[in-house]
Design a protein around this ligand. Structure first.
Ligand code: PLP
Length: 394
């Protein structure tokens, strides 16, 4: 009868989006909130990519395209993956979708059967567990903390494997921790994966945003790993193209073909205009962006180091820091007891007017996520406010 499906009723709203909604509400009331909960760069889409989008419209390139994306874009992605990651793919090993989020959803739908298990290291990006469940599979969480730099080890991985293991979700650089796996660490994990033979869904969307380290794709380690890896990437973070909705998967051709069939019956091709812009964007990554983010990361770490109660390890990628705030638990601010990261984040929003995301939704209840994809001026003001707040915690 009339009513919602059990499927949608079981999905919690994205916790990053709910903080965002509360922030917008306060902003609408005229309150000066500094928003450190953002997941998108504060700079614009590269001009040549914008121009190409305009040209595409003017040329009438505004119709359906091939479901998996236009040849030029898939060829350009293959070229990028070869030159930058050292992995060789052909056009037919690649499918383009409406953002990496859509790509990930399609991957889970294409490889997971009900009852399958997907190993998911925590802290994790909020959408992974829900997408895995929507595909009928079960997320098997591996807890990690600062002691291993928020990274899993081969031992932790081995302990999580069962006869139902279908895939490991790897997200390096990580949202929310900024952790980046070294080539040696990936090699050690690859050994276990090959031995037990399952997929790696490797979300490398922050791959261009690394500081002091090199980004290495697990797919590039060997032919065996290339066969097992479904490499997910997109245009949102590196090219500031969040609104264009463009992401892709490269991997085993049979999986890509299945994903294309699935996409053909659900969303069809991603926007023709965005695809044209994407071809151009791949040619114009601005390394200056990395320098700007690195400087902000260093600034924020220096400020946090001088503050009471909170501690932060150095993240080597993405645009987030993920400090541990368990030092404030049990303390009070203006007679309110801070009993969790959520309470802490709510107080910060209401009393210090800084929006950031508490760790619970990422499977990390001792931490908070601070995005530094905001202007230097806002970052300075936000750190001043955070410091003042913490000084008043008793
Ligand atoms: N993967 C990670 C780890 C992310 O943080 C995001 C965006 O927040 C995405 C995937 C999805 O990005 P998009 O769908 O905009 O390409």
């Amino acid at each position: 009868p009339f009513g919602l499906s059990d499927r949608v009723k079981s999905i919690p709203p994205s916790p990053t989006l709910s903080i965002d909604a509360k922030t917008k509400e306060l902003v609408a009331q005229g309150i000066d909130i500094i928003n450190l909960s953002v997941g998108e760069p504060d700079f614009g889409t590269p001009e040549p990519a914008c121009q190409e989008g305009i040209t595409a419209i003017q040329e009438g390139f505004t119709k359906y395209t091939a479901v998996a994306g236009i040849n030029n874009l898939r060829k350009a992605i293959a070229k990028t993956l070869k030159e930058e990651d050292g992995v060789e793919y052909e056009m037919d090993d690649i499918i383009v979708s409406n953002g990496a989020k859509h790509s990930l959803f399609n991957v889970f739908m294409a490889v997971c059967n009900p009852g399958d298990e997907v190993i998911l290291p925590a802290p994790y990006w909020v959408s992974y567990p829900e997408m895995i469940r929507l595909a009928g599979a079960t997320p098997v969480i591996i807890e990690t903390d600062e002691s291993t730099g928020f990274k899993i080890t081969p031992e932790l991985l081995k302990n999580a494997i069962t006869s139902k293991t279908k895939a490991l979700l790897l997200n390096s650089p990580s949202n929310p921790t900024g952790a980046v796996y070294t080539p040696e660490e990936l090699q050690a994990l690859a050994k276990v994966i090959e031995q037990h033979d399952f997929y790696v869904i490797s979300d490398e969307i922050y791959g261009k945003l690394v500081y002091d380290v090199r980004q290495v794709s697990i797919a590039s380690l060997s032919e065996a790993m290339k066969q097992r890896t479904l490499l997910v990437n997109g245009f949102s973070k590196a090219f500031a193209m969040t609104g264009w909705r463009l992401g892709y998967v490269a991997g085993d051709r049979a999986v890509i073909k299945a994903m294309t069939t699935f996409q053909s019956q659900s969303t069809s091709n991603p926007s023709s205009i965005s695809q044209r812009a994407g071809v151009k964007a791949l040619e114009c990554f601005d390394p200056q962006v990395v320098e700007v983010f690195r400087r902000r990361r260093d600034y924020i770490l220096k400020r946090i180091e001088a503050m009471p109660y909170i501690q932060c390890i150095v993240p080597n990628g993405a645009f987030y820091v993920f400090p541990n705030v368990s030092g404030v638990f049990g303390k009070t601010y203006q007679d309110v007891t801070i009993d969790s990261a959520s309470t802490f984040a709510t107080l910060l929003l209401e009393k210090a007017n800084i929006a950031l995301v508490p760790g619970e939704g990422f499977g990390a209840p001792n931490n908070i996520r601070i995005s530094y994809a905001v202007s230097d001026e806002d970052l300075t003001k936000a750190m001043d406010r955070l410091e003042t707040f913490l000084q008043e915690v008793k």
